[in-house]
Each structure stands twice: as C-alpha cells, then as structure tokens.
Ligand binder design. Structure first.
Ligand SMILES: Nc1ncnc2c1ncn2[C@@H]1O[C@H](COP(=O)(O)OP(=O)(O)OP(=O)(O)O)[C@@H](O)[C@H]1O
Ligand SMILES: O=C(O)[C@@H](O)C(=O)CO
Length: 423
C-alpha cells in the first residue's frame, strides 16, 4: 500500500476512494481499523472512522490507531480526510486530529484544504464557499451536529488547536506547483505548521498535489487527493489495473437520516414521483415505538424503490433536539437505521442507498462490513460500493448529505444494479 488515508466519516471516505479510483489507483475502503493485513494489491487504503462528531480525545486515539495500521501496510504518505464543508465544532475534531497526526509523523507544512470544486466548495483568501455563498450562509449554519457559523477556515481551525495556522493564498496557487512549494516553505519559516491553502479549481488541486509529492501528511476534502496518484504513477509504482466491480440485482431500499438541503430535495423528488415512503419521526424513534423488522418487511413488500426517512427541516430538527437533547435523538435514529439495514440484508435486499454520513456510518457498522470495493461514480463524490455481509453481495451507495442532484436515489439505484455508470 502506498497511500494511507484516514476518513472521519463513511460517506466522506467513499468520496475520497472515488477520487483516487478515478485517478487510477486500486483502492479499498475499510470500516474502522482492520485487524488483519490488507490484500497486497491495494495501492490506496481508506480507513473510514466515525470520528467526526465524537469527543476529540477519542477521535485522536482512533486516528492514531488507523495511522499505525496504515504504516504497517507500508504506506509512505498519509491523508486525513474531513468534510469539504469543514464540519467541526470550535473544539474539533479537525484541528486536534491533524495536530496529533502531524506530531506522530513529525510532519511540517501540513496542508489544510477542504476544497471540492466539483461539488461547489472552493477556498479563496482562507474563506470557504459553497457555490456562490460563504459557508456560514450556505445552509451549513443549520447543521444538526456541527453548525458552521464562520467561513474563515484559518480562524475556525485556530479555535481548535494550539498549532500555528498559516495560509497560502490564491496568488501562489495560481502560479503552480513550484510557487506553492515556495509559499509553503515561507509559511513554515514563519512557524506555521497547519497551512490553509486556497483552491478554486481542479487544476489548482492538481498543482497542489504535485507540490505535495513526498509530503508525509496532508489534510482536506477529497479534492486534495486528486494530484497524488500522478506522483506515484510517475515513479512507476501503480499497476494500472482497473476495478472488477459488478452490479447487484434484487430489491433496492433507500434509507435517509440526512437533514441536509440536498437530501431534503431528493426526498421531495421521491414524494413527487409518488414512490413509497415511510417517515421515522424523532418522537417515535426516541420513544422506541418503531419495530425495525416491521419497517424492513414493509420496505421489502413494495414494488418500487421505497424510502425510509427521518429527514426533516431545520425547525423540526431543532425542536426535537430541544426536547430530547442532540445526542439522544441522533443515537436513537441512527440505531434504528442500523437495525432496519440488518433486517433488510437478512431479508435479501440487493441494493441499499444511504443518505447522510453519520447515518451511513451507523448502517455500515450495524452490518459489520469490514471492507468495501469501490465501483463507478454515481454523482460527484458518491461512488457505487459493494460488500458481502453474510456471504451474499450487496451494492451500496453512501451519500454525503449535500451531494447528488434531485434524482440521486433513482440514479444510484440504476448504477448499483449495473446500469448506466457515469464514470
Ligand atoms: N428528524 C430528525 N431530528 C433530529 N435529528 C435527526 C433527524 N433525522 C436525522 N437526525 C440526525 O441528524 C444527523 C444527520 O447526520 P448525517 O451525517 O447522517 O447527515 P448529514 O449531516 O446530512 O450528512 P453529511 O454528514 O454527510 O453531511 C444524524 O445523527 C441523524 O440521526
Ligand atoms: O467532503 C465532503 O463534502 C464529503 O465527502 C463529506 O465528508 C460529507 O460528509
């Protein structure tokens, strides 16, 4: 294994795996830190953690454990993947984990670059934009777990860590890899160890990737990985062998615990298409009134792609959190989705489309999926995946909250069945 990646959630990890696969690396996504060695044909390994919204101390411990395993697989470069909307609170976990990994690897000039231009996330003058809006006016200020109330990544990161935060601006980035290297050296001389780097386009990310050839540690969204495979290819280290992914027939069920704007649009489209849907309310989930087996039976009895969803608008989410507390309601809903997924797999479901990073983490852990094969792209940042819970193949899509167009559920169903791959 050449490149060792640590993702702070499951959908984000598949987003990264998708980018690396598209750039020609053989990639496997692992759920949690594996207990056995990886297949030697894997060139990039992504260890998916569910560490975005847990206490910082635990996130650090899990990330360091992942680092040790990746080192033992022979990796020479490491990437810490977090959300392209920099999902974190003033306490962390991005700063604390990045700092701990930097210390463990004795790494300097650690790039911090959440940019993902393909999904509209760009960084200019240290500020993160979602399409034409500053992060804190993009809807992310209403996120149920980590409301993002400041678009200045330098300022937000500085709240999370004592390590000095620096900045490489667009002036250097637009002049290419050598100028980026020189600007990183300058920031290093000024004492900065975590360095926010501007990026507006995939071309910028390719140049940043070239500048980071051989860097022990980098951090960011999936975009920061774009230029890395080429560094390995130039050294003759990639096999060039493609993926052997195959689609899966049978029933398709959509599980959505995401309350993000894009997901709510996809749920609205499902409703407009008059497809079957079952709503999980926060009240019913917390009261333990819903039987996962009954919900799975209902889903398996539908003729066409049913949706089980808890997705709700910000006012409803806020009301539920005020009544029950943020953690208890999130845990109740996540556990319910995990139990529904287990019952669906036991009933022979072929394809599962899951919306939301935390929700996907709960489902993948609930199904005890230890590794996922990466298939074709469904939408930017969302690949088809395949696993074998209890020996039989199941195709999965793990969609980040704000990814995918309005028709994502139908598109995912088709790609997971083996039709219409888009990349
Ligand atoms: N109706 C609801 N009321 C309160 N909390 C909810 C409700 N529905 C879901 N949740 C919780 O909100 C959180 C949504 O997070 P999740 O990561 O799954 O989606 P997301 O934030 O849209 O996706 P991503 O992290 O990929 O951007 C989960 O913990 C989920 O259990
Ligand atoms: O970077 C992103 O936006 C996604 O991969 C993600 O992590 C959202 O949960």
């Amino acid at each position: 294994m050449l490149l060792g990646c640590i993702g702070d959630d499951f959908t984000g990890s598949s987003d990264l795996a998708n980018t690396l696969r598209k750039q020609g690396m053989r990639v496997t996504q692992f759920s949690g830190v594996p207990t056995v060695a990886a297949d030697p044909s894997v060139e990039a390994g992504v260890v998916a953690l569910k560490s975005r919204s847990i206490p910082a101390k635990e996130a650090i411990a899990q990330s360091l454990q992942a680092l040790e395993w990746l080192k033992a697989q022979g990796c020479t470069q490491f990437l810490f993947k977090y959300c392209s909307t920099f999902d974190s609170t003033p306490e962390g976990n991005i700063g604390p984990v990045a700092a701990a990994l930097a210390e463990a690897l004795d790494a300097r000039k650690v790039v911090v670059c959440p940019a993902f231009p393909g999904a509209g996330r760009t960084i200019y003058q240290g500020h993160l934009f979602v399409h034409d809006r500053l992060l804190n006016e993009s809807g992310m200020e209403h996120h149920p777990l980590n409301p993002m109330t400041d678009a200045d990544i330098r300022r937000w990161l500085a709240l999370q860590t004592d390590m000095k935060v620096g900045h490489v601006g667009f002036g250097a980035v637009s002049n290419g890899a050598d100028a980026i290297k020189a600007a990183l050296d300058r920031a290093d001389r000024e004492g900065a160890r975590l360095i926010v780097v501007d990026a507006l386009s995939d071309t910028d990310l390719m140049e940043i990737g070239a500048a980071l050839n051989g860097a022990p540690l980098l951090t960011g969204g999936s975009g920061i990985a774009m230029g890395l495979p080429e560094n390995f290819r130039r050294q003759g280290l990639l096999s060039g062998k493609g993926s052997t992914w195959q689609g899966v027939e049978g029933a398709c069920v959509v599980l959505s615990g995401s309350c993000s704007t894009a997901t709510r649009g996809q749920v609205a489209r499902h409703r407009a298409d008059e497809l079957p849907m079952f709503e999980i309310t926060a009240d019913a989930a917390v009261a333990g009134k819903l039987d996962p087996q009954q919900i799975a039976d209902w889903a398996m009895a539908q003729a066409e792609r049913p949706l089980v969803f808890s997705s709700a608008d910000p006012a409803k989410v806020r009301a539920a959190q005020e009544t029950y507390g943020r953690e208890p309601v999130a845990t109740a809903i996540e556990q319910l989705f995990a139990a529904i997924a287990r019952a669906l797999v036991a009933a022979g479901v072929g394809r599962l489309v899951v919306a939301g990073g935390e929700t996907s983490g709960a489902v993948v852990e609930g199904l005890n999926l230890t590794s996922l094969e990466i298939g074709p792209e469904i939408a930017p940042g969302a690949p088809a995946l395949r696993a074998r819970p209890s020996g039989r193949p199941v195709a999965l899509a793990l969609k980040s909250g704000n990814f995918g167009g309005e028709n994502f559920f139908a598109e995912a169903d088709a790609v997971l069945r083996g039709d219409a791959p888009t990349a």
